[in-house]
Design a protein around this ligand. Structure first.
Ligand code: ADP
Ligand code: ZN
Ligand code: ZN
Length: 749
């Protein structure tokens, strides 16, 4: 009887396809191995074997597997179970999960371990006959030098065994060329070999012992361990600077001592040299770092090390590190668990790394600790209802006080003509005072560029992106109009195309404009701006952080980037220039977000100082959410928000699934969206809303329609997925659906 393999391939709508295993491969093809399989007339894919069985598929000719790429599986059974959960919960094919889970170098067979070319002697050699050889080379002084230098570097005559010598290093030391070296090779004196070297560079560090915890931290540490006895997940709700990271370090040390592995997740932007070095100094080379900005080869290497018998005990990583293999995972830490960036937006699987990590830990019988100063409503809800353990830490390390938050009504000040440009008088004064005391200032504004948009002074015409349904943002430095959706930039038109007049006025403020005003008002202060225009690379971002923390600049102006868990010692004033940009986003989470961002940015003030000052400028000075920030009243924010969530069937009470349809043709996408909606209403009834145009209904010249499902938490995840896939496959059978893209966003953020 022949054997078959179900193979995951990167294709839509179906999770795996069945192939026969040629008898020559029967021993090698196993669950988790990579295989090359044929597809269609002349295509082939690299896929992962999901299952091996003897069930002959019916109704079609089964094709054989072409090749097996692995002797040992590269995906463990635990990982396959985890992939399956992601695919079911996030409504995507397993092939998409495979694509996200494996570094590119593992998806084809191109990955080669990094090697170094090394030099050795071509034959037997007696060091006492060195002069004879050198004499033999007397006609080529350079060859003589290379040969002699090689002997020296290898330590002939000094060591029992010659030391390895890299060819590159040898040539560098002698200042010689490859041609000269090749001369020695053809004279049968030297030869080369390839030696595999790791890309993971481990710089030796002297390890320090962990800091002892203070009383409050120690109590929290013990409480967490205690709660882990009865709960899979515990939420550590600790104010900014309370020392959560120190508690993590103690928990990690304990887990490793018990022979377990730890996964420590951070939002991408928070995974900086600061935190890497802090952990490296305690865990040394027991720790591996997994970052999406690393080269693919480096990621393959970390992945393979985790598969090996000597994996890292601690992985410090971003979102995608939930896909690494672990043999004995015992603890998962999700720091800044409320962070929106844990949600993958594009492409599928659109998973939430916190939720995925909790599932991963659950499947591995490990514990999860969520840490934050501003919990997501979801996590806090689960903690308050007893599903998660809950530990709170309300005092800052060394009893530093939380800053004083002051709200400024800029609507009234504008009306009274008392604003000083973008600053209220109080913020303007505080900046001046801080500078006079040699203290630093952080200014936060959630919009980059110079102005929100340009507008014709005569007729009010506003330049918009021709590919997307949005107005363009004016960037003064480059003198261009930029689409913040597709990134295309345009010249500012000479004349208004609508009325032929040529003067534009800029509306709204962006970080560039704030910076420009600082230069005018505080000419002696040094200012640095941090947004994706100035900090587009990791190095640029880290450089700004380093420079600011070493007080090379007095004022840091930036977008959300400045709110992310940074540890500065000398910041006495934090200004939020326009809280309304976040508050007015049409999203059911906008109030929760505003609270989190304001509380986080306020937490940057007065770290190792006396009391910091925070000024929040807003046009909605009496909004509840703002007063909760002032009184640091998370509980009331939670209560009021949860009432709304319940009333309008939003998370955490319901599971939301957004369904997007994209097409080049506006009329067609409209029709197809209506078709899909009516098919779905059949099953889901009132749970389905739409179709609607999303806030931005055209991006990259694709027209978009959106449907929304609000599903009871108790509904079966698999059933929902099957229904959706079934409807989708019926929809795309229609000829008019040619070119239609359908995708799902579960628990959208
Ligand atoms: P959080 O993660 O809660 O924002 P951190 O762990 O980063 O707080 O702590 C804030 C600062 O206080 C850091 O500079 C940290 O080194 C210091 N700190 C906190 N706890 C201790 C401790 N037990 N011993 C020494 N330093 C500590
Ligand atoms: Zn005009
Ligand atoms: Zn655009």
């Amino acid at each position: 009887m022949s054997t078959f393999a179900d193979v995951i391939v990167p294709l839509p709508l179906q999770d795996s396809y069945t192939y026969s295993i040629p008898s020559s491969m029967e021993l090698s093809v196993r669950k988790g191995c990579r295989v090359v399989v044929p597809f269609g007339k002349n295509k082939s894919y690299v896929g992962i074997v999901r299952d091996v069985h003897k069930k002959q598929p019916q109704g079609y000719q089964v094709k054989p597997i072409v090749r097996c790429l692995d002797e040992q599986p590269v995906v463990t059974p635990v990982q396959l179970t985890f992939w399956q959960w992601i695919a079911s919960y996030y409504v995507c094919p397993l092939g998409d999960v495979m694509n996200a889970a494996l570094p590119a170098g593992l998806k084809d067979d191109k990955f080669r371990p990094k090697t170094e070319t090394r030099v050795c002697l071509a034959g037997d050699f007696d060091i006492n006959k060195k002069d004879i050889v050198l004499n033999f080379l007397k006609n080529s002084k350079k060859q003589q030098i290379v040969f002699e230098t090689y002997l020296e570097m290898a330590g002939y005559g000094r060591f029992e065994q010659p030391r390895p010598v890299s060819k590159q290093e040898l040539l560098q030391v002698c200042g010689a060329s490859t041609t000269i070296f090749n001369g020695l090779v053809s004279k049968k004196l030297l030869t080369t070999y390839e030696h595999e070297v790791g890309r993971i560079l481990l710089t030796p560090v002297s390890l320090r012992d962990v800091h002892p915890l203070n009383e409050a931290q120690q109590a929290a540490y013990e409480e967490i361990n205690c709660l882990f006895l009865t709960h899979d997940v515990t939420l550590l709700h600790g104010v900014t600077s309370s020392g959560k990271t120190e508690i993590y370090i103690h928990l990690i040390r304990k887990a490793i001592a018990e022979g377990k592995q730890v996964l420590y997740l951070l939002p991408e932007i928070a995974l900086t040299t600061q935190i890497t070095e802090r952990l490296r100094s305690v865990f040394g080379d027991e720790m591996g770092v997994y970052h999406s900005k690393f080269s693919d080869a480096e990621r393959v290497e970390v992945y393979q090390k985790q598969l090996s018998d000597h994996p890292f005990n601690l992985i410090l990583g971003v979102r995608s590190s939930v896909f690494l293999p672990f043999h004995r995972l015992g603890l998962v830490i999700v720091d800044e668990e409320h962070e929106v960036s844990y949600k993958q937006q594009e492409p599928a699987p659109r998973y939430h790394a916190r939720n995925a990590a909790i599932m991963l830990a659950h499947q591995a019988h490990a514990k999860t600790l969520l840490g934050t100063a501003t919990p997501s409503l979801e996590s806090y809800h689960l903690a308050k209802t007893g599903k998660y353990g809950y530990v709170s830490l309300t005092i800052r390390y060394r009893d530093m006080q939380l800053p004083e938050v002051e709200v400024v009504d800029i609507k009234r000040l504008r009306f009274q003509k008392r604003m000083k440009g973008v600053f209220s008088p109080v913020l303007h004064d505080l900046i001046g005072e801080a500078l006079a005391h040699h203290e630093q200032v952080i200014l936060f504004l959630n919009r980059r560029g110079y102005a929100n948009f340009l507008s014709c002074k005569t007729c009010g015409w506003v330049p918009r992106c021709p590919h997307c349904d949005v107005s363009l943002t004016y960037h003064k430095k480059s003198g261009r109009l930029v689409c913040h959706y597709c990134g295309t930039s345009f010249e500012v038109p000479d004349k208004c195309p609508q009325c032929d007049e040529s003067t534009f006025t800029d509306v709204g403020i962006g970080t560039e404009k704030v910076e420009a005003q600082l230069h005018r008002d505080f000419p002696n202060a040094t200012t640095i701006r941090m947004d994706i225009d100035t900090a587009h690379t990791r190095t640029a971002y880290e450089q700004i952080i380093t420079d600011f923390s070493q007080h090379r600049y007095d004022i840091l102006v930036g977008t959300q980037m400045v709110t992310k868990g940074l540890d500065f010692d000398n910041v006495s004033v934090v200004g939020v220039l326009d809280a309304d940009t976040m508050l007015n986003i049409p999203d059911f989470r906008s109030h929760e977000r505003t609270y989190q961002v304001l509380a986080q940015v306020a937490g940057r003030a007065g770290r190792k100082h006396n009391k910091g000052r925070v000024v929040v400028q807003t046009r909605s000075a009496d909004a509840d959410i703002i007063s909760f920030v002032v009184t640091n009243d998370y509980a009331s924010m939670f209560r009021t928000q949860m009432e709304e969530r319940k009333a309008f069937h939003y998370p955490p009470y319901y599971r939301l699934i957004n369904i997007y349809l994209r097409h080049h043709d506006a009329a067609r996408v409209e029709l197809l969206a209506n078709d899909m909606a009516s098919m779905m209403r059949h099953t889901f009834g009132e749970r389905l809303l739409g179709p609607d145009r999303p806030a931005v209904s055209r991006v990259h010249s694709m027209y978009i329609r959106k449907l929304m499902l609000k599903i009871e938490k108790t509904a079966s995840v698999d059933k929902v997925r099957n229904i959706l896939f079934d409807i989708q496959s019926r929809l795309i059978q229609q000829p008019s659906a040619n070119g239609l893209q359908v995708y799902y966003d579960v628990d959208p953020m």
